[in-house]
Design a protein around this ligand. Structure first.
Ligand code: FB9
Length: 508
């Protein structure tokens, strides 16, 4: 029989039974492991409608390993009793016996023994009764014989308290005849071979039904890091809003595009070693659009375009210093400068998502690098209202609807706003980004027309990803400590879907 003796015996038992049979009882009757019967049930189920099998969970009493030992050897108190000779036994000696400690106190409470403390050579233990009934052992043996229900609740709970008995939930199958029940089942073909077809033998051979629901074996494939999954969702949102991606394939940037072009003064604290990673080699940017540089120089040092500027001695060497870009707004400056060269001006919408580097104090949510997401809209007469509007549209696509705007300061935007959203999962207002209207001192030296204004906003990629995947420490998301399993198993989290509960340790 293809599926082995247990399956055969099961079918014969089923044939004989009226109604059905329980897999655990059958295992006990056949004297085989329950697992063997479960195996037979599963293989018979795979044959189609031969049997019906309904999974049941039954609670039953089982002896613990100590319970097994006592059922075999007798209870500790009984062993203590038996080890006391008529002339008694020194208590110290009795305590050295394996069941000494536990057995002594139980035998005492059963009033089977007594201690005579007056004896010369220390306390001595004597029997009080001639014989005793090892009820504990008897009850445990009843359980072994499957008669646990014959014990009273009190007896059972006493044995359970002594960790000799435990209630286990057993998953068993209630097996009954299927619509195609038969005690003789021939091996079902799983392949339709050429000779079956040529011989026509396929006509009278039983074939295993196709399981069209069978899950294919997941092909081993690459896994997108959660950050890249969320990045692609942000990309999708920007493209849906008609934005074009800016080129950001240069981690190394000149101080000019990263700071000066953004009208950020050369003595600004962000421009020193504490916040920015400067380069020793190549230390300086050689190619800069000098006519534009002159205009930036004048705007910083003397002002212009209605601005009084910063009134300091602007140095070209400072602007030439190479660094690891501290924001992708440097890429925005490059793109806006190129846009300004195209006459007549055409409105444009750009976005960037790429790495930026800041020499910051590292903590659970900050590394020396993160991915900045930036949106830029350049058009005639754009106002703060337009910025609020585009921010609402953007964050709504993120599933974030409740927004608040808080005045803020950036050297390159005026007015500027921090953006906050109420986070239902965290039950608090979370800062979800920064934004502003680029200053004329930044745009006009580029050559953009007077009535063109540019609104922009920025946020990080790491924060939304951590919140979406319930990750609290950025080192679990990025860096050498990342457990790749998290990457492999990380589901595609729809940004606009309800956040997932944080992973529990075991699952982690
Ligand atoms: O991402 C941030 N927060 C955030 C964003 C989304 C989010 O989504 C949840 C799913 C719901 C959750 C949180 N922040 C910006 C706010 C804070 O985390 C902040 O503490 C840290 N900021 C980074 C910079 O840290 C020094 C996040 C990063 C940031 C800040 C500002 C900009 C970009 C990134 C900008 C800008 C800008 C401004 C004007 C014009 C152009 C660009």
């Amino acid at each position: 029989m293809a599926d082995g003796p247990v399956a055969e015996l099961l079918l014969r038992r089923l044939e004989a039974s009226d109604g059905g049979l329980d897999s655990a009882e059958l295992a006990a009757e056949l004297g085989v492991e329950h697992q063997a019967v479960v195996g037979a049930v599963k293989s018979l189920q795979a044959l189609g409608e031969v049997i019906e099998a309904e999974l049941r969970s039954t609670k039953r009493w089982e002896l613990t390993s100590e319970g097994e030992e006592i059922a075999r050897e007798g209870s500790h108190e009984a062993r203590v009793f038996r080890s006391i000779p008529p002339e008694g036994l020194a208590q110290s000696e009795l305590m050295r016996l394996p069941s000494g400690k536990v057995g002594f106190s139980k035998a005492m409470s059963n009033k089977w023994i007594r201690v005579d403390k007056s004896t010369a050579d220390g306390p001595r233990v004597f029997r009080v009764v001639d014989s005793m009934e090892d009820e504990v052992q008897r009850r445990l043996q009843m359980v072994q014989r499957g008669q646990a229900e014959k014990l009273g609740e009190k007896e059972r709970s006493e044995l359970r308290k002594r960790k000799l008995l435990a209630e286990v939930t057993l998953k068993t199958y209630w097996v009954s005849k299927g619509s195609a029940f038969s005690t003789s089942i021939s091996k079902q073909e799983t392949e339709l071979s050429p000779e079956m077809i040529s011989s026509g033998s396929w006509r009278d051979r039983p074939f295993k039904p196709y399981n069209f629901l069978a899950q294919g074996v997941l092909p081993d494939s690459g896994h997108l890091h959660p950050l890249l999954k969320v990045r692609s969702q942000f990309r999708q949102i920007f493209l849906e809003m008609g934005f074009t991606e800016m080129p950001t394939d240069n981690f190394i940037e000149s101080s000019f595009w990263n700071f000066d072009a953004l009208f950020q003064p050369q003595q600004h604290p962000a421009r020193d070693q504490h916040d920015t990673f400067f380069l020793r080699d190549p230390a300086e940017a050689l190619q800069l659009p000098m006519d534009y540089v002159q205009r930036v120089k004048r705007t910083h040092s003397q002002g212009g375009y209605g601005s009084q500027g910063y009134k300091y001695n602007w140095k070209l060497d400072e602007a030439r210093k190479n660094l690891l870009r501290t924001h992708t707004t440097s890429a925005s400056a490059r793109v806006l400068y190129r846009l300004a060269q195209k006459k007549p001006f055409t409105p444009a919408k750009y976005f960037s998502i790429d790495r930026v580097f800041r020499n910051e104090t590292l903590d659970a949510t900050h590394l020396a690098e993160f991915h900045q997401i930036e949106g830029v809209v350049a058009d005639h007469g754009l106002t703060l209202g337009h910025l609020m509007g585009v921010l609402r549209e953007f964050f709504t696509k993120l599933g974030i609807t409740q927004l608040r705007f808080k005045p803020a300061y950036n050297p390159y935007t005026e007015p500027s706003m921090e953006v906050f959203s109420y986070h239902p999962g965290l039950k608090k207002w979370v800062e979800v980004g920064n934004s502003g209207v680029f200053r004329p001192e930044m745009l006009l030296p580029m050559g953009l027309p007077e009535n063109v204004s540019v609104i922009a906003w920025g946020l990080s990629l790491e924060r939304p990803t951590m919140i979406k995947y319930g990750i609290n420490n950025i080192r679990e998301l990025v860096g050498h400590k990342v457990n790749l399993k998290m990457v492999y198993d990380s589901p595609l989290c729809r940004l606009d879907a309800k956040p997932r509960p944080p992973p529990t340790q075991e699952a982690a």
